[in-house]
Each structure stands twice: as structure tokens, then as C-alpha cells.
Design a protein around this ligand. Structure first.
Ligand code: UDX
Ligand code: ADP
Length: 461
């Protein structure tokens, strides 16, 4: 591999949902740069080198294939790749801390810090380090201090370039982002590093969409953007509970409210709850930061967004149990969808997993089905997996069940032959539509008892 022909050497540490697609896009749009992605997980790296990528994302394989082997490489080799990199993007995982100070709220920075120390150990020249993972505000500052505590005379400039891509639409979000945000220290060195990273994106993103800021604003913007998005979902979900009591229809309310251009119509789809790796984690991070600055009221305000989300999932289980004559013990129930949303195999924080566990506690017999996320679900459930049935085919999954609950808004579920499904179910048959994606009147006509979200149920008794 002749690396000398490349204008820049870009390295990304962490080949996950963020690092993989982002680097594939950079490589595809910037053939003049060499882009290498490394990960400690050798199996993952191997998968990135095949046509069976470790993550499911529409359009990603095609994108990877345009650059792989030309200027995009996947590797587990840390030392050499760090040494030659001009810019290092860090997108290692930052789960919520499960122990000690800030447990359950702030991010666990052990992977990040380990990465910083690895970079420090092997570097022999100045580098730009770019935070891609979502991190607590002022992490860049701490990392810069760790990195610049060296006696090798090397300077590290730490930038924040938060990722706003959403799973399922990652390729399009990267190709046509609403904005790219690059934060740096407001020093001459900081601004120079920032210009270098802006230059990378300017290869395909219009300049006016590339926003620059100080490093803390960039870090905080990511948390706040996700908190605002999640807040809209919790807002409409809280209203779905009211609609069910008040005989209003949440869909009609959302349409009327969203038609106000100041509010806007996106992210007002009532659901069984939001999931994904970011929303809960980022809000809890925000809450923790507010608490640590003594801003109790602000912390409580945002924490309620998460509480409503948990309430919505509990409420869904309650609706199911009550409708099924107050007992689901030994009743077979099919959950349609395990992924936290459609078009991804990701099940992190998926409401489906929470609801499956809750129903199991009530001793229901649960069959899980999903077009892309079954294997991840099996892994996530660990020892508990043997207590569930896994069935890729939704028709088979629904057989002999008392109820179906829609957990993920996969298009596939909208077009199933529900007449055929109804015939093979126990009677009375129930459908709980946790995503409001089905034709409820039609299902009722077939014979189902239908429980949408935020509207009156359609029942035959
Ligand atoms: C989110 C942000 O959108 C993205 O900008 C950020 O970089 C990472 O976090 P993601 O978690 O991939 O992306 O998914 P998103 O599309 O935001 O959906 C999150 C959850 O909210 C899903 O469970 C989804 O089903 C749910 N949702 C979304 C609703 O319940 N109702 C809506 O109206 C929209
Ligand atoms: P995200 O959704 O933020 O991209 P993922 O969990 O999908 O998170 O990806 C993070 C990746 O970072 C994982 O593949 C993990 O193996 C990798 N990783 C964690 N720590 C390190 C490390 N010290 N060096 C290299 N890769 C790491």
C-alpha cells in the first residue's frame, strides 16, 4: 500500500454505527485522503472487509464498496496507524456509567480515556484529535490536558465534531447534512485545526452548512439537539395518554399542532417510546451536568423527558394486560419488531426489549420477530433469551397467539395479510399498535380488537 500519494491521513478509532458510516462517506467523497478505521473488535473489522457489514444501514454497503481497498481500510493495527495519522476521529462507545459517581447518568469515559492514552503513547508528531462520540461537556478539555501532559514536545489539538446522523438514514444524513458542527478552542492553533477539519467536510458539504463554534458549545449542542428531539416525542406521548381518556385522536392533534410552522410537523409521531443509543444517554448526561452546576430545576425539567418515556412503555404494558382480561399468564403474544426504529438492526434502548421483559415477568409466552434485529436481540437478552421464542417470519410468529403488539414501524408490517394472520390466532384476537402504523378500521372489520396509541380502542365487546 503506497500511502505517500495521499494528501492527508485520517484515522478513526471505533468502527461502530458512527465511525463506520462517517468514515465511509469521507473516503468516498475525498479520494485524495487515506481513511483508516480501527477497532479493538477483530471480528467487527473482519466483517467491515466483507459484503456482510457488521451494521445494517440502507445504502451503506454500496458506499463502502466505492472506497474500500482504494482509500478506505479497516484494521486492528493501532500503533502504525496512529503514528501516520494527521487527524484522528474518536468514535468509541460512551455508554452511561453503571457504577460509582454519576452512575446511571453520566457517560462512562473509560474507552475514551484509554484511547487518549494509546494515542499519547505511540504518537511521534502533532495531531488533531476529533471527538465524534457524544461526551459530557468539557471532555475535550480534560482529554487535551491528558494528551498535552507529554514530554515528547508533541501538541494535540482536541476538537468536537458531533455526529447528527440518525440510524436508518445515516447515508443520506451524511451526504446532505442539515449542518456540520466543528468546535475548537478559540486560540490560533485551535482555529487552524478547526479550518483543517472544515476543509475535509467542504469536499461535499456547502460551506454555509458548516458551523464553527467553541469546543464547549459544540459538545453541548449535541446533547441539546437530542434532548429537544426526545422532548418532542415525550410531549406527544404524554398527550397520547390524555387523548385516550378524552376521546381525542393523537394523530389529529399532532397534525393540527404540527401545521403551525413555528412548531413543525416532524418528530410528533406518538409511539411506544423512543429508543436508540443517544436520546436517553444524552439527556441523562445533560441532567448530570446541570446537577453538577447546582441547577436542580433545569436538571429536573429534562429528566422528566426520560420519565415520560418510561411511563409510556409501562402504560403500554398496562393497556395490554388490562385488555387481555387482566391476566397474560401463559398467553402467547407476538411482538412485531425488536429494533428501536425501522431500517436498523440496532436494539439499544429499544422499547421492544423493555416490554418483552415486562411481559415475561407476567409469565406471558413471548415470540419475537424482526427482519433485521433478531440476532442482536438474542445477544442482548443473554441468559434470558431461552425464555423467548425467536421467529423471523411474522406469519409464523403470530400463529396461535392471543395478541400481536407492533413495536417497530417496519414497512413490512403495514402490508401483511392480517386476514390470514387472524385466522391462525386464538380468539378473541388483539392487536396493540405501538406505532399507529396499521389500518385500524380494517383490522377491526377483520375481527381484531384493536388498541391504537392515543385513540379510542375498537373492540367487539
Ligand atoms: C438520534 C438523532 O435523531 C440523531 O440526530 C443523533 O445523531 C442520534 O440520535 P437515532 O437514535 O438514530 O438518532 O434515531 P431517531 O430517528 O432520532 O429516533 C429515536 C427514537 O425516537 C426511535 O425509537 C424512534 O422510533 C422514536 N421516534 C422518533 C418516535 O417515537 N416518534 C417520532 O416522531 C420520531
Ligand atoms: P456508536 O453508536 O457511538 O458508534 P458503537 O458501540 O457502535 O457506538 O461503536 C463503538 C466502537 O468502538 C465499538 O466497535 C468498539 O469495539 C470500539 N472501541 C471501544 N474502545 C475502543 C478502543 N480503545 N480502541 C478501538 N476501538 C474501540
Amino acid at each position: 500500500m503506497n500511502t505517500d500519494k495521499f494528501e492527508k491521513h485520517i484515522l478513526c478509532i471505533g468502527a461502530g454505527y458512527v465511525g463506520g458510516p462517517t468514515m465511509a462517506m469521507i473516503a468516498a467523497r475525498c479520494p485524495q485522503y487515506q481513511v483508516i478505521i480501527i477497532d479493538i473488535n477483530a471480528e467487527k473489522i473482519k466483517a467491515w472487509q466483507t459484503d456482510d457489514l457488521p451494521i445494517y444501514e440502507p445504502g451503506l454497503l454500496e458506499l463502502v464498496k466505492t472506497a474500500r481497498g482504494k482509500n478506505l481500510y479497516f484494521s486492528t493495527e493501532l500503533e502504525e496507524n496512529i503514528k501516520k495519522a494527521d487527524i484522528i476521529f474518536v468514535s468509541v462507545n460512551t455508554p452511561t456509567k453503571s457504577f460509582g459517581e454519576g452512575a446511571g447518568k453520566t457517560a462512562d469515559l473509560q474507552y475514551w480515556e484509554k484511547t487518549a492514552r494509546n494515542i499519547l503513547k505511540v504518537s511521534v508528531s502533532d495531531k488533531i484529535i476529533v471527538e465524534k462520540s457524544t461526551l459530557p461537556v468539557r471532555t475535550a478539555d480534560a482529554m487535551e490536558r491528558i494528551l498535552n501532559s507529554n514530554d515528547k514536545g508533541i501538541h494535540f489539538e482536541v476538537l468536537s465534531n458531533p455526529e447528527f446522523l440518525a440510524e436508518g438514514t445515516a447515508v443520506n444524513d451524511l451526504e446532505n447534512p442539515d449542518r456540520v458542527l466543528v468546535g475548537s478552542q478559540e486560540t490560533a492553533r485551535g482555529r487552524k485545526a478547526r479550518a483543517t477539519v472544515v476543509e475535509v467536510y467542504a469536499n461535499w458539504v456547502p460551506r454555509e452548512k458548516i458551523i464553527t463554534s467553541n469546543v464547549w458549545s459544540a459538545e453541548l449542542s449535541k446533547l441539546v439537539a437530542n434532548a429537544f428531539l426526545a422532548q418532542r416525542i415525550s410531549s406527544i406521548n404524554s398527550i397520547s395518554a390524555l387523548c385516550e381518556k378524552a376521546e381525542a385522536d393523537v394523530h389529529e392533534v399532532a397534525k393540527a399542532v404540527g401545521a403551525d410552522t413555528r412548531i413543525g410537523s416532524k418528530f410528533l409521531q406518538a409511539s411506544v417510546g423512543f429508543g436508540g443509543s443517544c436520546f436517553k444517554k444524552d439527556i441523562l448526561n445533560l441532567v448530570y451536568i446541570c446537577e453538577s452546576y447546582g441547577l436542580k430545576e433545569v436538571a429536573e425539567y429534562w429528566e422528566n423527558v426520560v420519565k415520560i418515556n418510561e411511563y409510556q412503555q409501562r402504560r403500554f404494558v398496562q393497556t395490554m394486560t388490562r385488555a387481555l382480561f387482566n391476566t397474560i399468564t401463559n398467553k402467547r403474544i407476538a411482538l412485531f419488531g425488536c429494533a428501536f426504529k425501522a431500517n436498523t438492526g440496532d436494539i439499544r434502548e429499544s422499547p421492544a426489549i423493555y416490554i418483552a421483559k415486562k411481559l415475561l415477568q407476567e409469565q406471558a409466552r413471548i415470540v419475537l420477530t424482526d427482519p433485521k434485529a433478531l440476532e442482536n436481540t438474542r445477544q442482548e437478552l443473554g441468559d434470558l433469551a431461552r425464555k423467548f421464542d425467536f421467529e423471523a417470519d411474522p406469519y409464523k410468529a403470530a400463529m396461535n397467539t392471543h395478541a400481536i403488539a407492533i413495536m417497530t414501524e417496519w414497512d413490512l408490517y403495514k402490508t401483511l395479510d392480517y386476514e390470514r394472520i387472524f385466522q391462525k390466532m386464538e380468539k378473541p384476537a388483539f392487536i396493540f399498535d405501538g406505532r399507529n402504523i396499521l389500518d385500524h378500521t380494517r383490522l377491526f372489520e377483520i375481527g381484531f380488537n384493536v388498541y391504537p396509541l392515543g385513540k379510542e380502542p375498537l373492540t367487539h365487546f
